[in-house]
Design a protein around this ligand. Sequence first.
Ligand code: SF4
Length: 409
Amino acid sequence: MTQTDTAFMYLAAMQKPDFHTICRFRSTHLGPIKEIFSQVVTFCKEMDMIGSSISIDGTKIKANASPRQSKSSDAIEKEIDKILKESIETDKYEDEIYGGSTPYQIPEELVDKKKRLEKIKAAKKQLDEEKLKKVNITDNDARIMKHKDGSKKPSYNCQVAVDEKEQIIVAAEVVNEENDLHQMEPMIQNVKNTLGCKPTIVLADAGYFSYENLEFLQEEGIDAYIPDNFYKAEKEGKTRKFRKALFKYDEEKDCFHCPAAFEIPFTRIQKRKGEPDLRFYVCSYCSQCVLKNACTMSEKRTITRDPREHLMKDMRTKLNTEKGTEKYQKRMSTVEPVFGQMKHDRGFREFLLRGKRKTGIEFVMMCTVHNIKKIADFIKREGKNLKGMLKMIVGGGSKGWNKGEFERE
Ligand code: SF4
């Protein structure tokens, strides 16, 4: 396009980089690419395209690696043995042909084997160090993850924080942890780094629910809307057994009262690393109870109690209000379309680069493209003059950050 399209020729200042140059640039310039992402987000902020509420979510994108190359420790050791045996055979064959003299070049076959062996050994080292069940030989950083269609592929978990106002991605990160649970804190930090301020409202699905996350958001003074894993099923009455909410806690006696009106006493404590003790309450009347089939499959029903459970209770109460339901519903229409536009409209279903660092660059580039497209749509829709706006921002005549909507750090 830098040779045929006038607009691209102008933008590239008549330079004609070939695909190798572009590819090299893309895989080595994480810093500048992140900086461009930040500048585009700042521009959106100046254009008043960013509000106060963000939705955080993750999607799995397939790594540039075959699932067949994901191997266990045993399989890797077998392959190492096989390659070493084949190399010895090739060496013998070479000796027969060349005798004691050294050939000028190592045969190509042997060079390939050596490269493969190095890759496998690196993968084995990672597998042992990180205590993984399997590791992918082609892309050691990728992990087998379950996709929405049920398939399992070597993939990365791509996290985004999307602003509600114009679906601008304000933070993006690639991680190789399948679960979203530990991504809340880094993503909020990421948002702060890009915007220079924290959001006032955060929406996320049950994958982000943990007492640690709720406590963190509370400390940050962020109004969070995150349901727990059983919230939806319990609200829709889809739980097969008596849900925990039906067991009333008696603070004075430190016991629960079950639906059959029996008292369930405290029995033991489970110590947990880095978390408060978990308290167990076990019922002794289940064997004689007429409601047992609806309550438990076990001999005795056990109820656990975490001292932070009031956080879940408060969250459920908040989500059940009209305002809470309305706010949480916004999550779907904010972040889900962004993944749809990336995957369906732009065909971003698989990474072209390998390794966590390089896939991180590729993803940030995709997010920058997404934001630029949103700016173009916004200018068209609002009938704004881009040239005038750029002049205003570059000349320092902008009206500044959205101080009223975002709390400055
Ligand atoms: S099964 Fe046990 S815990 Fe459940 S309702 Fe009956 S007595 Fe209560």
